[in-house]
Every structure is written in C-alpha cells, then in structure tokens.
Design a binder for this molecule. Structure first.
Ligand code: C2E
Ligand code: MG
Ligand code: MG
Ligand code: MG
Length: 283
C-alpha cells in the first residue's frame, strides 16, 4: 500500500492502477447485479429526414443509473459487458425492448439498435431478432441494426452468414461510426448495407474545415452510389444541418434535433397534433 508521502512516483502509478482496477471490479459486480435486477433502460434519440424535419427513426441507447455510483456511460460499461460475457444477454434485451417500445408508437418510424461484434459469436443473435419481431409485432423493415466497421475487420464466415440471414428477414443493417478506425472500403463490396452513419468526428468541424466537408461530401456520394441511405450523427448546429442537407445527406441525428430521451417523451412528440413527429431544438 502506498504511503501518502508522494515521494516515489511508482507509488502514484500503483495507486492509480489500483483505483482503475477497483473501479473495473466494482462496475463488473454492479453490472451483473443490474442485469439480474433488470435495471438497465433504453433511451431513444430521433433521426429526422433532412428535408422535412420529420422523425423517421429513433436510435435505442442503453442507460444505466446506479443508486450510489450515479449515471454510468455505455462507453464505460459496454466494453466491460463484452469482456465478461454479458453483452449477449444485454444486447438481446435491447433488441426486444426496442421493438416492443417502438411497436406501440403512434407513427411507423424505424427503431435502430446497436449491435456489439460479440453478439455475432454464437447462433443466438438471429433467433433473438426473429423472436423479438414476432413477439412485438414489429414489421422487420422497421428494425435497423447498427454495426461498426470493426465487425468486418477480419473475414468471418459466421458474421457474413448472419448478416445475410438478418437481411433476408427484411431487417435493415446500418454501418455506424463510418469513417473511423479501420477505414478499409473492401467490405462495402462484400456486403450490401442499407445505411451509412457518418461518424460525428467528421461533422463537428464541417463548418470550418474544408477537408472534413470534402470527406463528408465523398461519403454521401459513395453511400448513394452504392444504393445506401446516409445519416449524419452528432449534428449540433443549424449551420452543420444546412451544410449536410445541401450535400444531400438524407438523415440527421444530433443534439440539435433531439437528445436521447425516454420512450414516453418521444411518443409525446410523435403524437403532437399540430406537426406530429416534427421537432426543433428540444435540447
Ligand atoms: P453510437 O451508437 O455512435 O451512439 C451515438 C452516441 O453519440 C450516443 O452516446 C449519443 O448520445 C451521442 N450523441 C448523439 N448526438 C450527439 C451530439 O449532437 N453531440 C454529441 N457530442 N454526442 C451525441 P451514448 O448514448 O453515450 O452511447 C455511446 C455508445 O455506446 C454508442 O455510440 C454505442 O456504440 C454504444 N451503445 C449504446 N447503447 C448500446 C447498445 O444497446 N448496444 C451496444 N452494443 N452498444 C451501445
Ligand atoms: Mg449507433
Ligand atoms: Mg454512431
Ligand atoms: Mg458514434
């Protein structure tokens, strides 16, 4: 145990490593308990049609509020869930819950659910999707599954056959966070995606950085030329929205049009009698 004299920098590193390991153990333990107690929830963030401003889709995002630790970000607990083998269960629940929630909404908008690469490991994913669709009554075409480029990094027959089977169900598949990390375009020839979601890192400086604008322009053309729809994530300003609309980006997601919110809040917006499904800056 480090003495509190700060004399030796190794003590400092030991202590902070300790703290990180302790946090990690705590999150592991509490996450198991939270899953058992069914205390994870979903929030829903709207995607709008860039031309009409109308909501056409909502992305389901996991939320975990812990009674003493407070709100824990999915960017912290999802990698841990993947490591300890909990993501299959959590992910299957998210698909099911997302479908059930969206099936009760007053407009037939799509529901988008994120998939972790780990969910492709067994044979449970396809069955979980088919069950969720059957039990919720959601038309398959209203379900969109978001995968990231990391899923396609290595050739994997199981991943490919699962993607083909999911598509055969009529479910849409979107490539999330497009343009980050692995940047190999070869997988766009191997598998036909329904949608590209441009990563928010390209959107944030689109007003000031001509290079970002050129990249986004190219991604939108590429997507359309390959028959995909294109969405931009992380849109926070009117100027970003206008540029994206002018470049032909069909779908907009971001704090400008709506933050992730509980399902009943989104349902109220969809029910709004004057302009159902149209929102502006409710952030
Ligand atoms: P993602 O799928 O790329 O989701 C978008 C993230 O960007 C969300 O963060 C969302 O709240 C945030 N965001 C949306 N609009 C804006 C904006 O205008 N500005 C900024 N700065 N951020 C914005 P969140 O909810 O913290 O989720 C983070 C990541 O966790 C997600 O990134 C996704 O990779 C993962 N995740 C969330 N729910 C699930 C899930 O059910 N399953 C899996 N496998 N991953 C999930
Ligand atoms: Mg996503
Ligand atoms: Mg994303
Ligand atoms: Mg992202």
């Amino acid at each position: 145990r480090a003495k509190a004299d700060g004399r030796n920098r190794f003590h400092f590193f030991d202590t902070s490593l300790d703290a990180a390991a302790r946090r990690r153990n705590l999150i592991e333990q509490e996450l198991r308990a939270a899953v058992a107690a069914r205390s994870l929830t979903l929030h829903f963030q709207p995607l709008v049609d860039s031309g009409s401003g109308r909501i056409i889709c909502a992305e389901a995002l996991l939320r975990w509020h812990h009674p003493t630790l407070g709100t824990i970000s999915p960017t912290e607990f999802i990698p841990i869930a993947e490591d300890i083998g909990l993501i299959e269960k959590i992910g299957a629940w998210a698909i099911r819950e997302g479908c059930i929630t969206a099936a009760s909404w007053p407009q037939p908008i799509r529901i988008a659910v994120n998939l972790s690469p780990r969910q492709f490991a067994g044979t449970g994913l396809y069955a979980g999707i088919a069950d969720a669709l059957r039990d919720s009554g959601m038309p398959p075409a209203r379900l969109e599954l978001e995968v990231t480029e990391s899923l396609l990094l290595k050739t994997n027959a199981l991943v490919e056959s699962t993607l083909v089977a999911i598509t055969a169900l009529g479910v849409r598949v979107a490539l999330d966070d497009f343009g980050t990390g692995y940047s190999s375009l070869s997988y766009l020839r191997k598998y036909r995606f329904d949608k590209l979601k441009i990563d928010q890192s390209f959107i944030s400086d689109i007003e000031t950085n001509a290079d970002s604008r050129a990249i986004v322009d190219a991604i939108i053309r590429l997507g359309h030329d390959l028959g995909m729809s294109v969405a931009a994530e992380g849109v926070e300003t009117e100027a970003q929205y206008d540029i994206l609309r002018r470049l032909g980006c069909g779908e907009i997601q971001g704090y400008l049009v709506g933050r992730p919110m509980p399902g009943d809040e989104l349902e109220k917006i969809l029910t709004n009698a004057r302009e159902p499904g149209v929102i502006r800056q409710i952030a």
